[in-house]
Design a protein around this ligand. Sequence first.
Ligand code: BGC
Length: 457
Amino acid sequence: MAPVHVDNPYAGAVQYVNPTWAASVNAAAGRQSADPALAAKMRTVAGQPTAVWMDRISAITGNADGNGLKFHLDNAVAQQKAAGVPLVFNLVIYDLPGRDCFALASNGELPATDAGLARYKSEYIDPIADLLDNPEYESIRIAATIEPDSLPNLTTNISEPACQQAAPYYRQGVKYALDKLHAIPNVYNYIDIGHSGWLGWDSNAGPSATLFAEVAKSTTAGFASIDGFVSDVANTTPLEEPLLSDSSLTINNTPIRSSKFYEWNFDFDEIDYTAHMHRLLVAAGFPSSIGMLVDTSRNGWGGPNRPTSITASTDVNAYVDANRVDRRVHRGAWCNPLGAGIGRFPEATPSGYAASHLDAFVWIKPPGESDGASTDIPNDQGKRFDRMCDPTFVSPKLNNQLTGATPNAPLAGQWFEEQFVTLVKNAYPVIGGTTPVEDLVAPTIEGRFGGHHHHHH
Ligand code: BGC
């Protein structure tokens, strides 16, 4: 029976659990015999679906870091049969020429040249598409996250020579991937849109929506080749800032969005951002049926440092810093941030966020896998040492603050158990437990409705 292309592939479906990743998690649980409660939480995490990353050509057939795509697709068919309902297989397409142009930790194997693009097409996208097109796999719904960070870098980082050089290859490579993958009826394309702390400002969100529309229009099927968009991939920006839910709030007649942390951005969290982007994308020509995904694998921010009731202050920066759940020094701190926790578990059509048009919460970044090494580690994948991953580095990109990265991190993509332990401990909602509800009553010291209101949505 030919597969039907549905509106939201996640609706009524389970998602693929990667047995290789689950084995790493269960092994970590086995090393926590001194803390049985923590071990139990880890075993719960092991049962959750995570995406399979094709992070280099050798990942297609399998390499020292994991089994190949056929192994996973065969397992997905088995899991789908066992579940007796549709199954979504989350796949990440991540090997563009000149990959990760604004950072070093996930630089890739293909150069930003015509030859690099030719290899991307013939040695990477074509073999992936050939495998996915196999009739044996037509019963599974394949949700492809297309090239994290690539198009977002073209909006904000085009002054970087590496991004300038990569730009035409990103556009052509993404177009090629969309064309090849959309031609397979049971594949669903989701374009990466960064996160609220990156593209949330209208001056970034607007040009990004235009760029996504341009790339869509360059494909054979046009807007139809894109099913949706995915935010917060491998980042830790919270789904919600429950104590800062009104981004128009003023303190002493000063808007909280003017704080150092938000830098005038209206989008404090991924719920704000996905609603904002959905609106702009539809205005740019996409059908209103496009769905949004949020990678919630590491954006929980629970644990002892999470504020649970509003702290009053007359200083806008002190107010924001005391009441935000995002404990990073700066929203640009992307590498293994200390204190992050696992977020909402994968879930189809989560309720309560109508304006965000969510298809699902997904775990694209597998919790426990590093974002980048904290020192220079030689490798054959093209990955380099990015000081954003070095906890001793004071970064000019973070207003000259220490990066807040977890020390002793291995190469991007490698299992990083110390980080995994923190992610599980700081999960929010608490795993298998009772999650405390925030006290949302604002202290009376400041007028909640003073000053100017900038209505965003
Ligand atoms: C790495 C990839 C890895 C992925 C998932 C990225 O940062 O560059 O090699 O597959 O994370 O962990």
